[in-house]
Design a protein around this ligand. Structure first.
Ligand code: 5GP
Ligand code: ZN
Length: 113
């Protein structure tokens, strides 16, 4: 999608610190990390947010499979981590290309702000 920053990262039109990619997803470091490990997991295909993923599309489960892969790769699968998805204005979404935050390396708080 034109003028979508994450589409541009997925197409390698603008740089990012890419940690993993496959045919459907990409993982890169968040520009403003909120934890020692803060990655963004995105589908390469543009969806504005989770509400736009058609029923039957397996991208969300694939993203979680990738997240677990990252947890194992970073050695945090036992100590724990957090996966976050912000959806829409009240959900705090600032980039309108579906993404999941993968956060690890510190004690997470609850409830979130
Ligand atoms: P949201 O607020 O939509 O849930 O998360 C968007 C995230 O994208 C934020 O944590 C922000 O720091 C990150 N972000 C925004 N623009 C860029 C960018 O150009 N490159 C990278 N690597 N991260 C970005
Ligand atoms: Zn996009």
């Amino acid at each position: 999608m034109a003028d979508c920053i994450f589409c541009k990262i997925a197409n390698k039109e603008i740089p990012a610190q890419i940690l993993y990619e496959d045919d459907k997803t990409m993982v890169f470091k968040d520009l403003e990390p909120k934890a020692p490990i803060h990655y963004l997991i995105i589908p390469k295909q543009h969806f504005d947010n989770v509400t736009n993923v058609p029923a039957g599309n397996d991208i969300i489960s694939h993203i979680f499979t990738v997240a677990i892969k990252m947890a194992v790769k970073e050695g945090v699968s036992d100590e724990g981590f957090r996966i976050v998805n912000n959806t829409g204005a009240l959900g705090g979404q600032s980039v309108n290309h579906l993404h999941f935050h993968f956060l690890a390396g510190r004690q997470m708080k609850w409830p979130p702000g």
